[in-house]
Ligand binder design. Structure first.
Ligand SMILES: Cc1cc2nc3c(=O)[nH]c(=O)nc-3n(C[C@H](O)[C@H](O)[C@H](O)COP(=O)(O)O)c2cc1C
Length: 211
């Protein structure tokens, strides 16, 4: 606490980490996926609600279910990735607040009575949790390939509709289809031969103000 990570850790998390689309033939174990969740879950969310839900697709069967929803340019990289995470959010996340935020029972009612607020909170915080996933994965030595090029309706119907099995989760079902996809993230050990040169980022004075 209060101490910066060393330069090599910052390189691994940010400066040298890249978005990968080719993968080395090295599997990602189920234990690594569990370790990944057990790390990312500590990232902060509004009212400690943790609205993100993650489906980790590793079997050929699960990947084939995803294929029809993918933008053509995202098919090959996804089908060859050891794992594809569907980062999703539960619009009924507030049902978990008695467990996750027990000292303030009023929060459940607040979200129940305001679906717009609940939806915005779920989307914002699941995006954050998706970012925690990326940084946690890099911390565990994995590489990532996040993607928004896919058909959300198809993914939600295939993986999150009522009565459909949810691969990669301990829960057998995501009930009632109130889980919605946010973005996808391929996970594995990246093959640097597929990388293009690093694109620039906005410098401090174009992206930030000091007030
Ligand atoms: C939310 C999100 C969605 C993205 N969607 C796609 C996508 O659909 N297809 C794709 O090839 N790359 C996608 N990317 C990858 C970005 O283009 C890439 O992360 C960015 O250019 C930075 O690359 P770098 O990490 O190698 O510097 C996405 C990235 C993010 C974070």
């Amino acid at each position: 606490m209060g101490q910066a990570l060393d330069g090599s850790a910052l390189d691994a998390l940010f400066r040298e980490a890249r978005t990968y689309s080719k993968w080395l033939p090295k599997p990602v174990t189920d234990q690594t996926v569990r370790d990944l969740y057990d790390l990312l879950k500590w990232g902060p969310t509004s009212a400690n609600a943790g609205p993100a839900r993650f489906a980790f697709l590793r079997s050929k069967e699960a990947k084939e279910r995803l294929r029809p929803a993918l933008a053509p340019s995202n098919i090959e990289k996804t089908m060859t990735a050891p794992v594809t995470a569907i980062v999703a959010y539960d619009t009924k996340f507030h049902e978990q607040l008695p467990k996750l935020f027990p000292h303030n029972p009023g929060m459940v009612k607040l979200f129940e009575s305001n679906p717009e607020l609940a939806n915005a909170t779920a989307k914002r915080n699941s995006s954050l949790q998706g970012a925690y996933l990326i940084i946690a994965a890099r911390g565990l030595g994995l590489d990532c390939g996040p993607m928004s090029g896919f058909d959300h309706a198809k993914v939600d119907q295939e993986f999150f509709a009522a009565g459909k099995p949810c691969f990669g989760c301990d829960q057998e079902f995501f009930p009632e289809g109130h889980v919605k996809s946010n973005f996808l993230c391929n996970l594995g050990y990246g093959d640097p031969s597929g990388l293009h040169p690093r694109l620039p980022r906005l410098p401090f004075n174009e992206a930030c103000s000091l007030l």
